[in-house]
Each structure stands twice: as structure tokens, then as C-alpha cells.
Design a protein around this ligand. Structure first.
Ligand code: SF4
Ligand code: SF4
Length: 103
């Protein structure tokens, strides 16, 4: 049996190729969305380290949260977050909540 060449595959499969992940927004199958509650975040970096998609972004600046001031905060790039929930599981202060996506 011979396998088809890439150029013979249907269009839907041809868009997945080396280097295509930046233009293929991979959040399409997410059913749960992580939401960061900044007032509970202690800036431990664990979500940023453990996210398998690298979609948690460290934003530098001056951020006042209550009576505390931080020089960093964490945001999620929802174009690529797949909703796996690893960040919420790893967060030691339960600052990340997984909420259902609205249709
Ligand atoms: S839900 Fe998964 S993919 Fe999305 S930010 Fe958290 S760890 Fe990353
Ligand atoms: S794991 Fe939780 S506490 Fe740590 S940086 Fe992420 S949101 Fe903040």
C-alpha cells in the first residue's frame, strides 16, 4: 500500500505542517476557560512554568493589588489556551478558576 503525498491530502490536513502552529489558533476546542483572580496571585510563576502551551504571559509593570504593589502580573493568551486546567491544578493559592466557555 502506498501512502499519499502531502500535496494529495485534503485541504483540512494540509494546514498542519511544521511551523504552522502560530497561524492555527488552537483554542477552538476549549470548553473550560482559566480565569486568574489577581488578588489571590502570589506571583510564584508555577502556572507560567507548567502551562504546556506557553500561553501564560508575564507582563512587567507596576500593579497595585489592594495594599500591595507588584512588578509583574500573569495573563492568558486565549488564542492558544486549550483549557487543560493544569495551571489551575498547580496554583498553590487557587487563584485560577476554570469556568465554562459560553457558546
Ligand atoms: S488551561 Fe492549560 S493551556 Fe490554558 S493556560 Fe492553563 S495550563 Fe495553559
Ligand atoms: S500559579 Fe497561581 S499564584 Fe502562582 S503565579 Fe500563577 S496564578 Fe499566581
Amino acid at each position: 500500500m502506498s501512502l499519499p503525498k502531502a500535496s494529495q491530502l485534503p485541504i483540512g490536513t494540509a494546514i498542519t505542517e511544521p511551523g504552522s502552529t502560530r497561524r492555527n489558533l488552537t483554542a477552538g476546542w476549549r470548553t473550560l476557560r482559566p480565569v486568574i483572580h489577581d488578588d489571590r496571585c502570589i506571583r510564584c510563576q508555577l502556572c507560567w512554568l507548567y502551562c504546556p502551551e506557553g500561553t501564560i504571559v508575564e507582563v512587567k509593570g507596576v500593579f497595585k493589588v489592594g495594599n500591595r504593589t507588584y512588578d509583574v502580573k500573569y495573563e492568558i493568551n486565549y488564542d492558544y489556551c486549550k483549557g487543560c486546567g493544569i495551571c489551575a491544578n498547580e496554583c498553590p493559592t487557587k487563584a485560577i478558576e476554570m469556568v465554562p466557555e459560553t457558546p
